[in-house]
Design a protein around this ligand. Structure first.
Ligand SMILES: NC(=O)c1ccc[n+]([C@@H]2O[C@H](COP(=O)([O-])OP(=O)(O)OC[C@H]3O[C@@H](n4cnc5c(N)ncnc54)[C@H](O)[C@@H]3O)[C@@H](O)[C@H]2O)c1
Ligand SMILES: [Zn+2]
Length: 372
């Protein structure tokens, strides 16, 4: 697979109102002009929401670019981490926006990982009954997934993402170069979501990740630009076909059924989200082969591709406990456990009648693979 010069680079997300994701190494330096271009008339204030970590690494580049474009801007920091993806953070930020004179024409910029993106998007959807916002995602996971599609929200003590809204950004600016400073484990965990995009919808992504593993792990800029753009295109197509997640959008949950059960069963302490999804994809592939929805070779290919991006934390939880989580989830979701099962690389099927025995077997196999 050749990727030099083949990048999509601009992906249109065809929802109402339509917006673009622009993917390019170094685009952060042009953020100012990109934002100014959004707002031809008037000179609204820009409010950048970020964390100390991201600001320390990349704040200067963004700041210089906003200055150059002669935009009025303020930078607001929030605490780092999922623990702060809360209503309390939203309230604090909203108060500071008021103090700094943000009115209904304010433009919020989410500059950080998925947590910053979800909080900022949610805040933008309710601040003065809704203001515009732009996503400038800085983690791999946020670049290929969280920043696209307009799902926003915060957590409650009793569960994740329980308060939220759909609020599409006006623009998404993706600079793969900022991934250079991402901790290795965070980076790898994000890659599994890219592999997911390949399995559900685009065999080229999958082939690319099989063949270009070294370039990807080395964070080769051209490889990343291509990979991220292709993943964004997958997410954009799925979201455009099903903005409010009633049907097709569920295919994005490949690997997430068992993945989520593993996360909950280990109290979100053992696996990063992408790592749990990685195990979930392996399990779903084995279930699919077991039910003869796919052939053993496809299941094997998916498993090998996942494990090629290891290390992954081991699965040591008891399969019975994971199955119990799945059943508990089922009550809170919609009465059935949905599995997204691969049929071939690039095509999946949603199945809701997977026998419990098949689930238990798959989880036991994860335990076995963990010991290898
Ligand atoms: N809205 C959606 O559709 C959607 C989709 C998937 C995930 N999510 C949400 O995204 C969140 C997870 O996002 P995440 O994985 O980006 O985690 P995160 O936002 O917590 O970021 C991970 C860590 O990386 C640091 N970081 C960010 N950019 C960096 C950089 N360039 N260099 C160095 N460090 C950097 C952050 O400070 C943080 O400590 C979850 O809350 C999840 O629910 C939302
Ligand atoms: Zn995910």
């Amino acid at each position: 697979v050749g990727y030099h010069g083949l990048a999509v680079k601009t992906v249109t997300i065809a929802v109402e109102p339509v917006y673009e994701a622009r993917i390019e190494n170094g685009i952060l330096r042009a953020a100012g002009t990109q934002l100014a271009g959004l707002r031809a008339q008037g000179s609204p204030s820009v409010f950048v929401i970020t964390t100390a970590v991201v600001r320390r690494r990349w704040g200067r580049v963004l700041k210089d670019s906003l200055k150059q474009a002669q935009l009025r801007f303020e930078i607001l920091e929030m605490e780092d981490g999922e623990r702060y993806k809360t209503m309390a953070t939203v309230e604090k930020l909203a108060t500071r926006l008021v103090e700094r004179g943000a009115d209904r024409r304010a433009l919020l910029v989410a500059f950080g990982g998925g947590v910053v993106g979800d909080v900022t998007g949610f805040l933008a959807s309710i601040y003065m009954r809704g203001v515009d916002f732009v996503q400038v995602p800085t983690t791999f996971l946020a670049q290929v997934d969280a920043a696209i599609g307009g799902k926003t929200g915060v957590d409650l003590g009793v569960g994740k993402n329980l308060l939220g809204s759909f609020h599409q950004p006006r623009l998404v600016l993706i600079d793969p170069a900022v991934l250079a400073t991402l901790p290795e484990r965070e980076y790898r965990a994000g890659l599994y979501e890219a592999l997911k995009c390949g399995v559900i919808r685009n065999p080229q992504i999958f082939d690319f990740m099989e063949k270009e593993r070294e370039a990807i792990l080395r964070r080769d800029p051209a490889a990343l630009e291509w990979l991220i753009a292709e993943c964004v295109a997958v997410k954009a197509a799925v979201v455009a076909a099903d903005e409010r997640e009633s049907g097709l959008r569920r295919i994005l949950n490949f690997g997430h059924t068992i993945g989520h059960a593993l996360e909950v069963e280990t109290s979100y302490k053992k696996f990063l989200h992408g790592e749990a999804v990685a195990w979930g994809m392996v399990a779903a592939s084995m279930i699919s082969a077991g039910l003869e929805k796919t052939d053993p070779e496809t299941a094997r290919r998916i498993r090998s591709a996942v494990l090629a991006y290891a290390p992954l934390p081991r699965v040591t939880v008891r399969s019975k406990n994971v199955a119990r989580r799945l059943r508990a989830d089922k009550k809170t979701v919609d009465g059935a456990i949905h599995f997204v099962l691969p049929v071939e690389i690039g095509r999946v099927e949603i199945v809701s009648d997977v026998p419990e025995r098949a689930m238990l077997q798959a989880i036991d196999e994860l335990r076995t693979l963990s010991q290898a």
